[in-house]
Design a protein around this ligand. Structure first.
Ligand code: MSP
Length: 587
């Protein structure tokens, strides 16, 4: 029978735009194509790899991590794990902490600590969270490291030598919270309710202050047309499309040159400008260079260009400033900028000042790290904000991880149904392929619908995961698992345990269910690595049998004598995948 694999439109678009549109200067063609689009799969034509270099934003250390930070990290982690499953072995997945700037300088002062000691403490909290939540980073960068200091100096020097930095008088508004310069059109005045007014950023609502000083300026205005061309020629450069359009709109509004330094007497906590210690490099220029630092710049740019995962509040920095800096330095542009929306609480963005942040440590302890990861990636959609509540988390995890995934495994691993504790062999006379089905077969049309759905699942899920639409991939997986639960219900295997003559048919039912669990388990690994490890281990699927190359399934139906997994012993580990949550409190 022919397999009907779906081809992800993005893969072709991606390759096509690179081949035909990218200016050679930015393409460094061999490198981009090699990194991003080398295919390797059992259906060679259907799956292409993205660049195996993913980044999260580096996190400000002015406050401890919250659930929004974990979300950026989970998205990048799932993308990285997915590339590993597709076969990428040499990968970079970089995360870290953004430790310079006024915001951190002020937070350290308030805490009564030396800036570096303060940064050490908070940076450690991010590492601790990422370890707790299985974030599989390959590099954790801190902007206070020497390797980064060198990269920033080299990058600055390169921009200066190419004539893109000049000294000027800067006057304008600055938001310390956003570490962002703003024009008068980007701010407005609000009433504080006590008769006084303050000026705030229109976009973030954060307070701005007037700044007037001698700074170094970057010729950002010179890049407007090039950036517009880049966007127009690369429809997937910024994803989802909604954010691509927003960036385009910002560019159409015009670009002014950007102040890229502060006087050192105002901002001492940062990298000094080379050859001018009276100035400190702007924290965003410093921070963005972290992506180069982790690739080995200036000595080398291993696996460049990366795919950046960022929240919508920092899109401007990644989709305008960063590409402009890179163009100026003659370095290839990012392979992609994936932008996500925010987690809110009662519809308000979480922030420390509002006091409405959700603590990811205690939520991971309560729901398990996998439970929290599952919720964020299943419920979070890139293009719109999601409101967090513990009630929603409990309901989702109970319905999907406990009642659907867990229930299916406990059914087929139960000693009553499976006394031999094996991944049983399928009898292809009793459960033949759909074309060989006869009027005496006990199989039903719905059974073949399940089999065909599971066979098609890898390509469908790949299409979604490739576009960072993890929630859509999970929805498809859940559909198959629900179909498998209905399949078990339909055939009532518990009524087949008495008479030994029913054993081959009972085994065939368990085999089909376990094949479904195996395929779903492999595909869910990027989302819930611990749960799927326990699932696959329980079914005797080895750690080297969990990649894309192992997603061929139901070969036994075709009478394939190699049969794969049938006959293996189940491990003695618990078959409880996820314990139902009892407390459903409103938080
Ligand atoms: N330090 C800068 C990034 C520099 S990257 C060169 C920064 N740090 S941050 O700690 O404020 O934010 C880091 C990430 O967390 C961003 O992607 C941001 O969008 C994300 N989130 C912060 N709050 C969030 C929510 N409430 N919801 C989802 N993600 C949000 O910006």
């Amino acid at each position: 029978m022919m397999r009907a694999f779906v081809r992800s439109p993005l893969r072709h678009l991606h390759v096509d735009w690179c081949r035909s549109h990218l200016p050679l200067r930015y393409l460094h063609s061999k490198e981009v194509l090699r990194c991003s689009f080398q295919g390797k799969s059992w259906n060679q034509a259907s799956v292409s790899k993205r660049s195996p270099f993913f980044t999260t934003p580096i996190f400000y250390v002015n406050a401890t991590p919250h659930i929004g930070h974990l979300y950026s990290a989970c998205l990048a982690d799932a993308a990285h794990r997915w590339q590993r499953i597709l076969g990428a072995s040499d990968t970079i997945f970089a995360t870290g902490t953004d430790e310079h700037g006024l915001k951190v300088q002020k937070a350290a002062k308030v805490a009564g600590k030396e800036p570096l000691a303060f940064c050490d403490e908070v940076s450690h909290e991010f590492r601790r969270l990422f370890q707790m939540c299985s974030i599989s980073y390959t590099d954790f960068i801190r902007t206070t490291e020497e390797r980064h200091h060198n990269a920033v100096h080299q990058f600055w020097t390169s921009l200066t030598e190419k004539g893109y930095i000049y000294k000027g008088e800067y006057e304008g508004w600055y938001s310390v919270t956003d570490e962002s310069f703003l024009t008068s059109n980007q701010i407005h005045e609000i009433d504080r309710g006590d008769g006084t007014t303050i000026k705030v950023s229109l976009e973030s609502g954060n307070v701005v202050e007037w700044t007037s000083e001698t700074n170094y300026m970057f010729r950002l205005s010179a890049f407007r047309d090039k950036l517009l061309r880049w966007l127009d020629q690369n429809p997937t450069a910024v994803q989802p499309a909604k954010f691509h359009a927003i960036v385009r709109h910002w560019l159409e509004e015009g670009l002014q040159d950007l102040s890229v330094s502060r006087q050192r007497d105002r901002l001492g906590w940062g990298v000094p400008v080379p050859d001018d210690p009276s100035q400190t490099i702007y924290v965003w220029l410093d921070a963005l260079v972290n992506y180069l630092t982790v690739s080995g710049y200036p000595q080398r740019t291993h696996l460049w260009p990366p795919t950046h995962i960022v929240g919508k509040d920092i899109l401007k920095f990644h989709a305008i400033y960063w590409p402009a800096f890179l163009m100026a330095a003659d370095i290839p542009l990012p392979a992609g900028i994936i932008c996500h929306s925010h987690w809110t609480r009662d519809s308000f963005k979480m922030s420390k000042s509002k006091g409405n942040v959700i603590n990811p440590f205690d939520r991971a302890a309560h729901f398990t790290a996998d439970g929290l990861r599952y919720f964020l990636l299943r419920e979070g959609v890139l293009h719109s904000d999601g409101d967090y509540s513990d009630m929603k988390v409990s309901a989702l995890l109970n319905a999907e991880l406990a009642d659907t995934y867990g229930n299916l495994l406990s059914r087929v691993a139960a000693p009553t149904l499976n006394p031999q504790q094996v991944f049983p062999v399928l009898d292809s006379n009793l459960f033949p392929s759909m074309s060989a089905q006869s009027s005496t077969s006990r199989t039903t049309d719905e059974d073949y619908l399940l089999v065909e759905s599971v066979k098609r699942l890898p390509d469908i899920v790949a299409g979604h995961y490739d576009q960072f639409l993890f929630y859509r991939g999970l929805k498809e997986i859940m559909t198959c698992l629900r179909m498998a639960n209905a399949f078990v219900q339909r055939h009532e295997p518990w009524n087949l345990t008495k008479n030994p003559i029913d054993r081959p048919w009972l085994d065939s039912i368990i085999h089909v269910t376990m094949e479904t669990l195996r395929v779903c388990g492999i595909l869910t690994q990027p989302i819930v690595p611990d749960l799927t490890d326990r699932l696959l281990t329980k079914m005797g699927v080895g750690t080297k049998e969990r990649s894309w190359d192992h997603l061929k399934c139901f070969e036994a139906l075709e009478g394939d004598s190699r049969e794969g997994y049938g006959g293996r012993r189940l491990s003695s580990n618990s078959s409880v995948l996820f314990t139902r949550l009892k407390t459903v409190s409103r938080r």
